[in-house]
Design a binder for this molecule. Sequence first.
Ligand code: GDP
Ligand code: IMO
Ligand code: MG
Length: 429
Amino acid sequence: MSFKIPDASVWVILGAQWGDEGKGKIVDLLSEDADIVVRYQGGANAGHTVSFDGKTYVLHLLPSGIFHKNVVCVIGNGVVLDPSALLEEINIIKNAGIDIKGRLLISHNAHLIMPYHKLLDKLYEQGEEKIGTTGKGIGPAYMDKYARTGIKVADLLNKDTLCKKIKKNIESKNEILEKIYHTEKLDVEKILNDYLDFAEKISEYITDTAIYLNKAISDGKKILLEGAQGALLDVDHGTYPYVTSSNPTAGGASTGSGIPPTKINGVIGVIKAYTTRVGEGPFPTELKNEIGEYIRERGAEYGATTGRPRRCGWLDIVSLRYSIMINGIEKLALTKLDVLDELDEIKICTAYKINGNITERFPTDPDTLSKVEPVYETFKGWREKISNVNSYCDLPDEAKQFIEAIESLTNTKISIISVGADRKQTIFK
Ligand code: GDP
Ligand code: IMO
Ligand code: MG
């Protein structure tokens, strides 16, 4: 029987690796019969690609359900919202003929990304401890949120509060900029005017989305919670400090949306048939050779947000098992299987060797992780084009063996197999 998300249920769909697993494609696909899609963390650091009818869109803040006219899209409280990026995206979507009237809601509790967050993000990255961030102001915005000095989306609704908070924040940021980074002071008037303008344009979307979502659950709606980034980039469970500053993991879906954990029915982990990572940080199965370059070119592995080349390597079951454990993943969606079409041999890392000892445990600390040696199992490639295959039984035997090996090594069912970027290039298993 092919997999379908049951009606009247809430499912989290998240990246189980280091991001860019194809979440946009899978969320768009599963949105077809969903009522609501919610982004619960991160911000415009995300780049979620959706392809259909010969067109391709990259979403940074809008949930990937936006292309289905009956879906309401919610930007949850856990997101850090850059209003300029959002308005740009809304424009692109409207110009593409997509009507968003009554279909976009923004949590009043989400925090705003301010110009100084983006500036500080770039300045922090000039230091020795580079993370390789996207430069979208994510870390600095969450710093202010947790320091309890941040500016919330709700503040856009009150001109006096907004002006007061912006002025106060700029005062303290200017001290840092001048005294530590010796850069120019921020222009208070310009920022004030820009944000007053954003307030006018965004106000219509702002509401208490936690109340909306909990009512929708009572009304029997089908809700998808769309993760950004990936579990291994989680600030608590990832390869800290080489992480993003939010919780892409399943727990974040609850805190970032206001949907209680007891109301979440399942978690789908999206994985690539190999692994990629952008930015700094340990990556045990990275291929710094011609196979890695081949995968990058064949898989078009360049950042959807920054255009940076993605580091490529073999599928890593050790990190995947950890990710499945942390997130409670019950089903996997496997993407980009077609990228491996031409390879004679495909490897899967099944264990790590640390100081001569074999382990199946995933060490998240970068010192240890950078020293592990992957232990591989080798599979025969299928050497055949699979991007037009639309049923599991028509896949080459070697591809099925590869898929079933992942299922057995992770003890988790693969319910969706993606063999191309287009919405239609999907096999339900
Ligand atoms: P996300 O951030 O997880 O949504 O993933 P990205 O959009 O950043 O990166 C995934 C890339 O792979 C995009 O360019 C997608 O269009 C593309 N893609 C998704 N699924 C497949 C697939 O099965 N095969 C191929 N060849 N490309 C895919
Ligand atoms: P999607 O949702 C892949 C990475 C950055 C950097 C680290 C911290 O498209 O999968 P940040 O700007 O968040 O402070 O950067 O996280 N990163 C991503 N990598 N996909 C993403 O999003 C990412 N968002 C952030 O490259 O290593
Ligand atoms: Mg991406």
